[in-house]
Ligand binder design. Structure first.
Ligand code: ADP
Ligand code: MG
Length: 236
């Protein structure tokens, strides 16, 4: 069993390395784990949207991505699929702690992301949780220690960084900022800076927004490294 797993990991690594992402239309053409493929299939996702077609291949290869596409274009899967895949390929287990932090401007949007994560991640063994202040701080604090993937709002996450004893952020591999433009518009810039200050520099960052904000100073603060800018140009 272990040997077969090792072979499967190797095969997947090779498929990702050799994948160029050109001309694909379906999720089934991506080099994905069978777990994610099954999750997508059960949720009836087959064809990639434009932003998914552009962003997922880059993110699967570990690149930082700056994605812009209007509301309703499918940005959620554009980052959730890479989050699951990258952690899996890093052989992430419950023991490894927090591996991915997904920041959303509001509780409602965070809850929507979490629902999609639960659907497409159902075949994976990762533990995931919502950290948006919907529960008592103490309950969230206890749950946080067991989470591999956290979907959070900026204020509540920073509160945990300040108050949750033993919160381990040194292992975070991926940072996702969804609706980054809105996070900044809502005045969370300073909060975001403080969160990012607590994260390791060696990580992958995926940033999505509905508008084409390419403001260099804003991006610098987010610590994107040689990010690929992908935008879907449609009348928004
Ligand atoms: P955005 O974040 O860009 O506003 P969402 O990720 O919320 O968009 O997706 C908008 C809608 O499109 C959702 O109902 C979602 O289920 C659906 N959707 C996303 N990707 C696909 C896809 N590849 N195929 C079919 N429907 C999709
Ligand atoms: Mg969205």
């Amino acid at each position: 069993k272990r040997k077969r797993n090792a072979e499967e990991f190797q095969l997947l690594e090779t498929r990702v390395r050799e994948f160029d992402g050109k001309g694909i239309t379906c999720f089934s053409e991506l080099p994905l784990t069978k777990q994610t493929a099954a999750g997508l299939h059960k949720a009836h996702f087959k064809t990639l949207t434009d932003i998914q077609r552009k962003a997922i291949p880059l993110a699967l290869k570990g690149r930082d991505v700056l994605g812009a596409a209007k509301t309703g274009s499918g940005k959620t899967l554009a980052f959730l699929v890479p989050v699951l895949e990258v952690l899996y390929r890093k052989k992430w287990t419950t023991m490894d702690g927090l591996g991915a932090l997904i920041i959303s401007p509001t509780r409602e949007l965070a809850a929507q992301i979490f629902d999609v994560l639960r659907k497409i991640g159902r075949e994976h063994a990762f533990s995931a949780g919502l950290v948006t202040g919907g529960k008592k701080l103490k309950d969230e604090q206890e749950a946080l220690h067991r989470m591999n993937i956290v979907v959070c709002t900026p204020g509540r996450m920073l509160q945990h960084m300040d108050q949750t004893v033993g919160l381990m952020l040194d292992n975070v591999q991926l940072l996702v900022l969804d609706e980054a433009d809105r996070i900044l518009d809502m005045g969370f810039g300073k909060t975001l800076d403080a969160i990012i200050e607590n994260l390791p520099r060696e990580r992958q960052t995926l940033l999505f927004s509905a508008t084409q904000t390419k403001c260099v100073t804003d991006l610098a603060r987010l610590g994107l490294k040689d990010a690929e800018y992908v935008a879907v140009h449609e009348a928004a």
